[in-house]
Design a protein around this ligand. Structure first.
Ligand code: FAS
Ligand code: PHB
Length: 390
């Protein structure tokens, strides 16, 4: 079999790239190791930057997002028993974010892919990229007891942090940068109305908490836990008691609790691999970088990588120009590192670190205090949160 672009991974990055390529008449095949059901079962991000939402519109899959997504003009930071609002719209000249779960984004992209008739192979085992430093790369995989090979022009590694694409690059051709955090996020989903109309990020001596949502009837909550915490030790009751201890009293008293329909712990890390191109193999999304979810950047960075990579492929195939492909890695990394900085800053400002000590807590408090005394400081936060220009 032959195609122009093989995409490894059917998460948001792979599906969005595939949809844009197909719409532009550029032939592509997606190879995914899991089943569709498993991909859709993963509960992840919840906040879309406007640039990401516009890409979903451009891909022709934005209708349900525009109908069901919740536009948010701001969010609260809670500390010292009080909530302080960050007026995104006022601070950024009218920009906002859209609250719409990654599961729904993935659903919409899968429906679009199916309608387009483009080929996706699920439960493709042992996917392997080959000869991507030569002019004739290929990808092999196992399915139904047979080995399949696809010859192609390019390979897009959209296979996430644990994928095969980055692992296929020789160690001497790649440099990685990493910071792991001494805590994780215990998250739950419950079919109860959210405690507020906007998100609340809380800095508390007991640890960080986040009140988010998926709709006006479905809430998404998180509390910071030890990095090695066991989710089995957290009954629903223990979770609800703990998150209410970390919120201002009025907010805690207003919280509706109920049975969790999903409960899991996500580790937090900052990670970047450089470069993001290796001959005819291009990395996009979590395959190349990870951010702690505090800044709501992970899914949005995957989208901006796809923006740059799709534009480069379109220029190559439709205008016979390869400068976009040559510039992809540097252009994507420039935005990645700014999002890494913001996500690290939000995480460092809002979480309790075991070794932070009294001085560290004073610095954290001064940081938060300064934010709400300086329009310049709050504007920095707001313009990063809504998404820096593409
Ligand atoms: P993904 O990991 O989503 O998709 C990669 C795909 O490749 C998967 O379907 C995988 O099965 C497939 N794959 C892997 N190896 C393969 C192989 N060898 N062959 C074929 N296919 C292979 N971001 C936020 O903004 N907010 C959040 O709250 C948030 N929470 C998160 C919680 C968790 C537990 C995790 C892991 C991430 C979270 N993120 C969050 C970040 C997340 O949303 C990612 O940024 C987003 O999924 C990135 O999308 P992709 O790059 O497509 O990678
Ligand atoms: C979520 O709703 O899952 C969410 C929202 C904002 C974040 C992280 C996660 O920063």
């Amino acid at each position: 079999m032959r195609t122009q672009v093989v995409i490894i991974g059917s998460g948001p990055a792979g599906l969005l790239l595939g949809q844009l390529l197909t719409n532009a008449g550029i032939d592509n095949v997606i190879l995914e190791r899991s089943s569709k059901t498993h991909v859709l079962s993963r509960i992840r991000a919840g906040v879309l930057e406007e640039g990401t939402a516009q890409m979903l519109d451009e891909a022709g899959v934005g209708a349900r997002m525009r109908q069901e997504g919740l536009p948010h003009d701001g969010f609260d930071l809670a500390f010292d028993h009080r909530r302080h609002r960050v007026d995104l719209r006022g601070l950024t000249g009218g920009k906002r974010v859209l609250v719409y779960g990654q599961t729904e984004v993935t659903h919409d992209l899968m429906d679009g892919r199916e309608a387009s008739g483009a080929i996706s192979v699920y439960e493709a085992r042992d996917v392997q990229p080959h000869d991507f430093n030569a002019a004739n790369p290929s990808v092999t995989y196992e399915k139904d007891g047979q080995t399949h090979r696809i010859d192609c022009d390019f390979i897009a590694g959209c296979d996430g942090f644990h994928g095969v694409s980055r692992q296929a690059v020789p160690n001497n051709a790649i440099e990685t940068f990493e910071r792991t955090y001494p805590f994780g996020w215990l998250g739950i989903i419950a079919d109860v109305p959210p405690v507020g109309s906007e998100l609340i990020y809380a800095n508390h001596p007991r640890g960080f908490a986040l009140c988010s949502m998926r709709s006006t009837t479905r809430s998404r909550y998180y509390v910071q836990v030890a990095a090695d915490e066991n989710v089995e030790k957290w009954s629903d009751e223990r979770f609800w008691d703990e998150i209410r201890l970390r919120l201002p009293r009025q907010t805690a008293e207003a919280m509706t609790t109920g049975p969790s329909i999903e409960k899991s712990i996500a580790p937090l890390r900052s990670f970047v691999a450089e470069p993001m191109r290796f001959g005819r193999l291009f990395l996009a999304g979590d395959a190349a970088h990870i951010v702690p979810p505090t800044g709501a950047k992970g899914l949005n960075l995957a989208a901006s990588d796809v923006r740059y990579l799709f534009d480069a492929f379109r220029e190559y195939y439709l205008e016979n120009e390869s400068s976009g492909l040559d510039a992809y890695s540097a252009k994507a990394l420039a935005r990645v590192w700014k999002a890494e900085r913001f996500s690290w800053w939000m995480t460092s400002t809002m979480h309790r670190f075991p070794d932070q000590g009294a001085f560290g807590q004073k610095i954290q408090h001064a940081e938060l205090d300064y934010l709400f005394q300086s329009r310049a400081a709050l504007t920095m936060l707001a313009e990063n949160y809504v998404g820096l220009p593409l």
